[in-house]
Ligand binder design. Structure first.
Ligand SMILES: Cc1cc2nc3c(=O)[nH]c(=O)nc-3n(C[C@H](O)[C@H](O)[C@H](O)COP(=O)(O)OP(=O)(O)OC[C@H]3O[C@@H](n4cnc5c(N)ncnc54)[C@H](O)[C@@H]3O)c2cc1C
Length: 443
């Protein structure tokens, strides 16, 4: 069932067992699994159905996601918080405020170790990894089906146009949520404001907004950890790596580019394709003290694992949004010297491996690479998991340390960024969270 927050009258209370905030892959996965276990679930989403073209939600995004982006963003991606999709020259449109969340336009790529393993080329010191794309039928979590039904056709009470304003809590317990809808006419304004009361709450608004919401509500931040360790998989898109002397056979190159032996794009009956990457193996990473990265077989872009940095963070800005009057997001993206080491060491390692196969490569300088980096849509950290409440925000069950009935879903809980696209791990953690909550609420 899908309804509009504008149809819920001001002052009323929506009661449920579990309230999930945010309808991206993290929230929809948890909602689906919980309702399947017989739990009553309300899913609130701060924007609307994407309609015929999800760009209809852009006004909501600009009004409610805007803020200040500084640090490396100031030079490389000043519009990080609200980057639009169409017409932008880079692929780094970053996040959406729309039913289905950022899955409305994600690539749908994830690490896939299973196939073709015996035939891929071997580079000394590297793992050859194959990545798959989920295919058009599965990409958007608002429209894809689970057991033949979309989330809107399930028993979950989906409320669109329902923005979380505040998590009301006292003595370590969340008592309820303040939620508002808006009128998006020529002068957007608050339409209705109501409460949601639940036994358990799951915050699933994406890594930037998860931290923003906790900070707005002064929740879970006793040790000044909320918002810290903002990470991503930085991408430099120019010709960072040039193959100056070929090192792969034509057949190997085709395979790594996701092509059949004839050179056609490889895909299965669901139009799921694959492509290959080389990443330094775990032993090399440990020996060199570096993060992971991707090298494409034909050279080109460079993409890497950013090291955790407490000063790379989400805070509250001094400015306020024009609809609900709440403090906007301030986000600072900062790299550390370890990121430069990852670049220098991994490129040298790649060169040595290519030389071993009688090929050769050249690279741009770190300064040049750094000036081209974009965040690349994978927002990680900000409510990281730790068993120590002074070093993280959530415990191993994704519960906020200082609040008995508030959980966080999504890549904000990752302690490190790794190199794989994050959404499979997000989904796995949401399934695990739903299993944990089903047991807790069922007992
Ligand atoms: C260009 C691009 C390509 C990508 N490609 C891949 C890929 O190939 N593979 C991969 O694994 N990942 C990819 N990603 C990342 C992927 O999109 C995210 O990991 C995933 O969408 C995160 O899911 P989420 O549910 O945590 O957050 P989101 O999908 O961001 O959803 C958060 C939801 O919360 C809602 N919300 C926010 N604030 C509020 C509020 N106050 N009240 C109510 N609701 C609120 C938003 O409207 C949104 O619907 C890509 C991202 C981008 C930008």
């Amino acid at each position: 069932m899908i309804r509009n927050g504008k149809d819920i009258s001001s002052g009323s209370v929506v009661s449920t067992q579990v309230c999930i905030i945010g309808s991206g892959p993290a929230g929809i996965t948890a909602a689906w699994c919980l309702q399947k276990a017989g739990i009553k679930v309300t899913l609130i989403e701060g924007s609307r159905d994407y309609g015929t073209a999800w760009k209809e939600s852009w006004p909501d995004k600009v009004l409610l996601y805007n803020g200040v982006a500084d640090g490396l963003f100031a030079t490389n991606e000043p519009e990080f918080l609200i980057l639009p999709y169409v017409g932008h020259t880079s692929p780094a449109w970053e996040r959406e405020r729309v039913f289905g969340g950022t899955s409305a336009h994600w690539g749908g790529q994830s690490h896939w170790a299973g196939i073709l393993q015996a035939e891929v080329p071997h580079l000394a010191g590297f793992d050859t990894e194959m990545y798959q794309f989920v295919g058009p039928n599965y990409r958007n979590f608002a429209t894809r089906t689970f057991d033949g039904k979309t989330i809107g056709e399930s028993p979950v009470d989906v409320i669109l146009n329902a923005s979380l304003l505040n998590i009301d809590h006292t003595n370590g317990i969340v008592k309820g949520l303040r939620v508002a809808s808006m009128d998006v006419g020529s002068s957007p304004r608050k339409a209705t404001e109501f409460k949601v009361q639940a036994d358990v709450y799951v915050l699933a608004c994406g890594a930037v907004a998860n931290a923003h919401q906790l900070l707005l509500s002064n929740a879970g931040n006793e040790h000044d950890q909320v918002g810290r360790y903002f990470m991503c998989h930085p991408l430099a898109q120019g010709s960072i790596v040039r193959i100056t002397k070929p090192y792969l056979s034509n057949a190997q190159s085709r395979l790594m580019n996701g092509q059949t032996p004839n050179g056609d794009p490889w895909h299965d009956e669901n139009r799921v394709g694959v492509t290959g990457r080389f990443s330094p193996d775990a032993e090399q990473q440990k020996k060199l003290g570096i993060g992971s990265c991707w090298f494409w077989s034909g050279g080109g872009q460079y993409y890497f694992e950013m090291a955790p940095n407490p000063d790379s963070r989400v805070r509250l800005a001094d400015t306020h949004d024009p609809v609900f009057g709440q403090q906007q997001t301030r986000i600072t993206w900062e790299l550390t010297p370890l990121d430069e080491t990852t670049y220098n060491q991994s490129t040298q390692l790649f060169k040595a491996a290519v030389n071993h196969l009688n090929g050769d490569v050249s690279f741009q300088s770190w300064a040049s690479v750094k000036s081209q980096l974009v965040d690349n849509g994978h927002h990680i950290g900000t409510t990281r998991m730790s068993s120590d409440p002074t070093k993280g925000v959530v415990d191993a069950n994704l519960k906020v340390h200082s609040l008995d009935n508030l959980y966080v879903a999504g890549s904000s809980v990752f302690a490190t960024a790794g190199i794989s696209n994050p959404t499979f791990t997000i989904i796995t953690l949401s399934i695990r969270l739903a299993e944990h909550l089903s047991k807790t609420l069922g007992s």
